[in-house]
Design a protein around this ligand. Structure first.
Ligand code: CUA
Length: 323
């Protein structure tokens, strides 16, 4: 599925990814230089060894007796290698320090929990009434530092938003922190960067960076409980969802569905994708996903649902009403 989301460590949109890109460029330049030097030395040695074999007496096995020249060349090669490796070491320590030095005044705090294979997202706030939950989509205000607290609910995952920051592992039983700032509005793609099972490749997290006003508007919508629909079809769907097994795993704020082992569905219709970036969020894909999730994401925990066509239609109508 082409999501149109930016996903490149070479196209950075924040200082953290920028620092890492600078280090990557230096590493690339040094390695390229070393590679070319090794090739040049190899060509030189091949030419010399041909000459040496011709010129050295056979009783010496055709091997050249070492002279002062090659020994000096070896000393030079060792010194240059040490200097280059030293430069890379210094630069990587400097990068590490720069990454840790991001000013965090007024930071937004978000908890991200990795599950096989989706992301739970909790927006923190000193005022408990302003916290909220969502899933599989991260919204960030542009220019504001963000502290991501990372956890795992099952196995080791790793969060990587290439355009914004480096990778950070999510380890069961531990808490990790990733700080970043997005300086360019846009839609980015984060992925899980640690093999975590069958659907590791489909554990994506769209990251939407928008103006503070746009973010505030989005956040205030997310804080609202789900609206009860007014049209008959969606109301019928609501009865089916709340009376069936959906509520065993999912939460829909404002209803009796409060489970958290699956993604929060309170504002599902506002998200661009389903199943952690695996499918576009439209009625046809939603119906296909509910009917047989394993057909689209083999190994997924969500079971298949054998709804009658009119029931499925109603369930989709209700989920589509969760704006
Ligand atoms: Cu989660 Cu790979």
């Amino acid at each position: 599925m082409d999501t149109g989301l930016w996903h490149s460590a070479l196209w950075t949109a924040g200082p953290q990814a920028g620092e890492i890109l600078d280090l990557w460029r230096l590493t690339l330049a040094v390695c390229l230089l070393v590679f070319l030097a090794v090739l040049a030395a190899l060509a030189f040695a091949l030419r010399r060894s041909g000459r040496a074999t011709r010129e050295t007496p056979a009783e010496l096995g055709g091997l050249a007796v070492p002279e002062a020249g090659p020994r000096r060349a070896v000393a030079w090669a060792l010194s240059i290698s040490a200097v280059l490796l030293g430069a890379l070491l210094v630069q990587s320590v400097a990068t590490d320090r720069a990454l840790a030095a991001l000013p965090l005044q007024g930071a937004l705090h978000v908890e991200v929990t990795g599950h096989q294979w989706w992301w739970a997202v909790h927006y923190d706030d000193p005022d408990p009434s302003r916290t909220f939950d969502t899933a599989n989509e991260l919204h960030l205000p542009v220019g504001r530092p963000v502290v991501l607290t990372l956890r795992s609910a099952d196995v080791i995952h790793s969060l990587w938003i290439p355009s914004l920051a480096g990778k950070k592992d999510l380890i069961p039983g531990r808490t990790a922190t990733l700080v970043l700032r997005a300086d360019r509005p846009g839609a980015y793609r984060a992925t899980c960067a640690e093999f975590c099972g069958w659907q590791h490749a489909w554990m994506a997290l769209p990251v939407i960076v928008e103006s503070q006003a746009g973010f505030d508007e989005w956040a205030s919508t997310q804080r609202q409980p789900a609206k009860t629909p007014t049209d008959t079809l969606a109301l019928q769907g609501r009865r089916i969802v709340l009376g069936g097994d959906c509520v065993m795993c999912h939460r829909i704020a404002g209803t009796e569905a409060g489970a958290r082992s699956g993604p929060d569905l309170t504002h599902l219709a506002g998200r661009a994708t389903l199943a952690a970036g695996a499918l576009p969020n439209d009625p046809a894909h939603l119906a296909a996903w509910i009917t047989d999730p394993s057909a689209h994401k083999p190994g997924v925990a969500m079971p298949a649902h054998a709804f009658k066509p009119d029931e499925l239609h109603a369930v989709v109508a209700y989920l589509q009403s969760l704006q």
